[in-house]
Design a binder for this molecule. Structure first.
Ligand SMILES: Cc1cc2nc3c(=O)[nH]c(=O)nc-3n(C[C@H](O)[C@H](O)[C@H](O)COP(=O)(O)OP(=O)(O)OC[C@H]3O[C@@H](n4cnc5c(N)ncnc54)[C@H](O)[C@@H]3O)c2cc1C
Length: 432
């Protein structure tokens, strides 16, 4: 066993890498352990969209990091909304440096003046950053890993944690490769199937919604230099009325289809089926550039506690919550958890007395669990909107689509609702 660490972070995904960076920025000694081998490829579609708040957060944790991610990611010039194949609304963006601000139809500035998914602008560090950047998660992770290395943190690779033993003074952690660590605090960032959470044990609350999605990533090299556009299709005629989202990222586009049920998802993701339907929704030459096809259920779960009874383990990221990807809350809120967890650990390490140290961790549990429940509720609202199960909501969408050319705010509603209903949100207060 190595000497007692101040902090051990389990999992080198976006949450774990960000937690390690945050810890280093606060002067906390940290070891990061990861189940995968170094340079192991991570296939599949995952998060694309990095919100402004996340860019600003990362810029704060590692100066230059938010700017690098923003510089690598793309922003679209136009977001178009279609209903039954007919364009009903277009939001244009100024994509110059430090911009990306939306303008409504006809070039008027939209009144909300917010980012793609409701981001608010930040005047703190990173105030010059764009509202968002779209890039593959593996690229975001590469930037995070580089920043960790620059901060002196190299993950311990190939260490799959299989035992976690918290006690009132700290935590003992063991991995399948024979490694053993002792730390005063542990941040569990080991993802959706968290072994740390299972060992404590902490339950997940919430279920699997009936929603099911198929995501196809396409390489964009053959897009013919067309400007990047985001397309939201309600009831796409070429897909028997299924909803469809097309999102550009650096190097390609992601086509995301809302399936009717798991069996529909299985049928649509079959390679032969993909070859049949894809050329009907993107340019035929682009349809030949399939990188990955992923199919996934929309899980909406939040851990019943974000800490153990000794207040020595803090759950962060998907170890603590799972959301359907609408609104890009998964990775973005995981990075927010990571910063909050590292800050709580730093405060607990310097707290005078056990009660204060426990109190800091309990505050983390309260604030981030509240944020996760808030995010889950917003995603649930987006899922309900897209399901449009009642005649009333179907009618509202059809009516908005018909009237949007004359009443752009109805088009704006169709444009934004798939990312979650809007409402008051305290970003700085930690709700995001
Ligand atoms: C198809 C899909 C699309 C998505 N789209 C979006 C999106 O558009 N926007 C968005 O914000 N989010 C999106 N997400 C969610 C996003 O990918 C996750 O929220 C994000 O990866 C969570 O980061 P994490 O670090 O918590 O977990 P992970 O990325 O899962 O990282 C966990 C890490 O822990 C390691 N690990 C696991 N078990 C152990 C163990 N026992 N010991 C040591 N290490 C371990 C893993 O190898 C991994 O490196 C999407 C997810 C999916 C599946």
């Amino acid at each position: 066993m190595s000497h007692e660490q101040e902090l051990l972070v389990v999992g080198a995904g976006p949450a774990g890498l960000s937690a390690a960076l945050a810890a280093r920025s606060l002067g906390v000694e940290v070891t990061l352990i990861e189940a995968d081998a170094r340079d192991q490829e991570r296939p599949g579609s995952r998060a694309l969209f990095v919100h402004h708040e996340t860019l600003a957060r990362l810029e704060r944790l590692s100066p230059g990091l938010g700017e690098k991610i923003a510089g690598f990611g793309v922003r679209w010039q136009v977001a178009r909304t279609f209903y039954r194949g007919r364009e009903v609304y277009a939001r244009r963006y100024d994509t110059g440096p430090g911009s990306g601000h939306a303008t409504g139809p006809g070039g008027r500035h939209g009144s909300g003046h917010d980012g793609e998914h409701g981001s608010e602008h930040d005047t703190g560090p990173g105030g010059g950053l764009p509202p968002y950047a779209s890039l593959r998660q593996l690229d975001t992770e590469r930037f995070l890993l580089d920043a960790c290395r620059a901060a002196g943190v190299e993950p311990v690779w190939g260490a799959r944690v299989n035992a976690v033993l918290p006690d009132p003074d700290g935590v003992t952690v063991r991995a399948g490769n024979g490694g053993e660590w002792r730390a005063r605090y542990v941040i569990a960032a080991d993802g959706a199937r968290s072994a740390v959470r299972a060992a404590l044990p902490i339950e997940m609350d919430g279920g699997r919604s009936s929603d099911y999605r198929v995501a196809v990533d396409l390489s964009g090299e053959d897009a013919g230099g067309a400007p990047a556009e985001r397309h939201m299709h309600y009831r796409h005629p070429a897909l028997d009325g299924r909803n469809l989202l097309i999102v550009p990222f650096t190097g390609g586009v992601q086509v995301d289809v809302q399936c009717r049920d798991p069996a529909d998802g299985e049928a649509l993701s079959d390679p032969d089926a993909v070859r049949r339907w894809l050329p009907k929704v993107v340019a035929p030459e682009q349809a030949e550039r399939v990188l990955w096809v992923s199919r996934y259920p929309c899980l909406q779960r939040v851990a019943t506690a974000f800490t153990d009874r000794h207040r020595r383990v803090l759950l962060a990221g998907e170890a603590a919550h799972l959301f359907a990807p609408l609104g890009a809350r998964g990775m973005n809120s995981s990075i927010a958890d990571a910063e909050a967890a590292a800050t709580a650990v730093c405060l607990a390490l310097h707290a005078t007395g056990v009660a204060r140290a426990r109190g800091v961790v309990e505050d983390y549990d309260t604030v981030r669990r509240q944020a996760a429940r808030h995010n889950r509720a917003r995603v649930e609202g987006a899922l309900r909107h897209l399901r449009a199960e009642s005649a009333r909501s179907r009618l509202a969408q059809a009516g908005a689509a018909r009237l949007a050319p004359w009443l752009p705010r109805l088009g704006a509603w169709l444009d934004k609702a798939p990312y979650g209903p809007r409402g008051p949100i305290t970003l700085r207060g930690g709700l995001y």
